[in-house]
Write a protein that binds this ligand. Structure first.
Ligand code: DHE
Length: 504
């Protein structure tokens, strides 16, 4: 089946009717010139349809996070450490401004990213099983490796978590987003990019083994607990796509629609190990889906919600989905067995539940979540679903982290004037016990512990940034490793064991 999508037909109609009147005809000619300029100067790397190629996709949805002025600067000056050269000596100011406008316009014709395009995009460098099984580097503990995503120049660093030293650094696809997902043995890892690329990487051989483009604008990926399947969740087109984890061959293509045929973006998809399933929530239709794989085909079980779901999270047994409502003012708890909403959570301030963590507190399990729009962390009893404490922070946060063996949880202040601060919370007193400001003026964010919970890494989120190694107990800084805008860090052991203090 081919899934076709129409990009803003209205805009295309406006452009067509523009050709009818004088001044607008000039505008239309101008657009044709710019289109031709794009084909001459940009299409070789970014694709004639702006869907991307060696360079990223240049469509409004994919550029949503880049300010127009920054895009213009990139066209003018180029992007360091990439193939993107500056055009200031080739194009004049008006041409650069026109090209910038052009890439932020929706395309005038339909774009397709269906089964054929996905199959055709697949690149297999090393068929599964063709590379040696012994690592090409020496470390004491393969389970204590970290991957660090450096979004500044689109690279990934492999780090020895015992010595806290980099082992290897390699280029990634443009704009990786979300956690890379490890297979259950910790040898293979799967990265997802915002442009829809899935990259399978063999950590032992330091090689990309296969890649496939699952969509035009992807949300995230999940790997099944048995390591057999990869599922991709897309914003554009409205699809979920199932792959064989060995060679990234597409197995199933699932248009995301309700019974009435309305389609929806997918908020995210996660694997639910005890259920042997994937769970996805839809952004534009009030439903969550449980997806199981039978005979390499996806079987969807729909669970209706009374609200649109954005970000979400699970209890450790995967009995409940805890979801943030898209209105940003509350959350819901859905039983994954019955599909019923069993509780409402009073969480004003847009909780970032994807960053939620849990721990044992006075004999019961609690969860904590930061908020995007409030300087607060909510701590919730997971039996009664009551908010037992709201901690006031120095500003809205993005990520939270802890480890079963650590007494502390770490929460960044990602937005506002205090974005260079990080709070440390005592998990037994539920109080902030220390606030660090490791590099005044630079965002400090996202923590990941080593497998033992003894050390942790914090990012200085800057092109001229670093990861800082802390002792998890004394909270003392041990060393800094320079990096180019390091974002997430991912410890092999913590991820494959679904450690309670880290994201899944
Ligand atoms: Fe993320 C994870 C959604 C903006 C960095 N982010 C995720 C996940 C989702 C999500 C659904 C979980 C995926 C997974 O790990 O499988 N992120 C969103 C948004 O909706 C939002 C707010 C807007 C958007 O543009 O998509 C958003 N995210 C950002 C950023 O601006 C960040 C800070 C920088 C960036 O790279 O874009 C950012 N998101 C991250 C990171 C993770 C992430 C580092 C993985 C966290 C982890 O520890 O697992």
């Amino acid at each position: 089946m081919t899934f076709r999508l129409s990009f803003h037909k209205l805009a295309a109609t406006v452009l067509a009717s523009a050709a009818l009147s004088g001044p607008l005809m000039a505008q239309d000619n101008n657009q044709n010139d710019t289109h031709n300029l794009y084909l001459q100067q940009c299409a070789a790397c970014h694709g004639p349809d702006r869907l991307g190629g060696m360079g990223p996709a240049l469509l409004p949805e994919n550029l949503g996070r880049l300010k127009k002025s920054e895009a213009e600067k990139v066209i003018r000056e180029g992007r360091p450490a990439t193939q993107m050269l500056g055009y200031e000596n080739t194009l004049n100011d008006q041409q650069i401004a026109n090209l910038t406008d052009y890439i932020y316009q929706p395309p005038s014709h339909e774009l397709t990213w269906g089964e054929r395009e996905i199959r055709d995009s697949r690149i297999v460098n090393h068929p599964h099983g063709s590379l040696p099984d012994e690592p090409v580097f020496e470390v004491d503990d393969l389970m204590n490796l970290f991957l660090v995503v450096e979004i500044g120049d689109h690279h990934v660093t492999l780090l020895d978590g015992d010595k806290m030293e980099p082992i290897h650094r390699f280029p990634s696809r443009f704009a990786l987003h979300g956690g890379p997902k490890y297979g259950p043995e910790g040898r293979y890892v799967y990265f997802g990019s915002r442009d829809g690329w899935i990259t399978k990487y063999d950590i032992y051989n330091l090689e990309v083994v296969a890649e496939v483009r699952a969509g035009i604008n992807m949300r995230n990926i999940a790997v099944s607990a048995d390591g057999q399947y990869v599922m991709a969740a897309n914003y554009l087109p409205h699809t979920l796509v199932l792959f064989d984890a060995d060679n990234l061959e597409m197995l199933d293509f699932i248009p995301v629609e309700n019974d009435a045929g309305d389609s929806s973006r997918v908020s995210a998809v996660y694997t639910a190990p005890p259920r042997d399933s994937f769970i996805a929530a839809l952004k534009d239709i009030p439903e969550a889906w449980e997806i199981t794989v039978e005979d390499e085909q996806a079987r969807v079980r729909r669970m209706k919600s009374d609200t649109l779901l954005d970000d979400f999270f699970f209890d450790p047994g995967y009995d409940h989905l805890i979801g943030a409502a898209r209105d940003g003012k509350h959350g819901i708890v859905m039983s994954l067995d019955s599909g019923e909403t069993v509780a409402e959570l009073p969480l004003p301030g847009m909780p970032h539940l994807g960053s939620g963590i849990t721990w044992e507190y006075e004999g019961r399990r609690v969860m904590a979540t930061p908020h995007f729009r409030a300087g607060a962390i909510s701590i919730i009893d997971m039996d009664t679903w009551e908010v037992i404490k709201t901690l006031k922070t120095d500003g809205p946060g993005f990520f939270m982290r802890s480890h079963e063996n650590s007494r502390y949880a770490w929460a960044d202040v990602f937005f506002g004037p205090n974005a260079d601060k990080v709070h440390i919370i005592d998990k037994q007193t539920l109080e902030i016990v220390k606030t660090l400001q490791p590099e005044p003026g630079k965002v400090a964010a996202h923590v990941e512990f080593d497998r033992h919970g003894e050390k942790l890494l914090l990012s200085i989120w800057d092109d001229d940034g670093a990861i800082i190694v802390y002792d998890a107990d004394t909270l003392e800084e041990e060393k800094r490793i320079p990096m180019n805008k390091p974002s997430g860090k991912y410890n092999v052991w913590n991820k494959i064991n679904y450690e309670e203090g880290t994201s899944h």
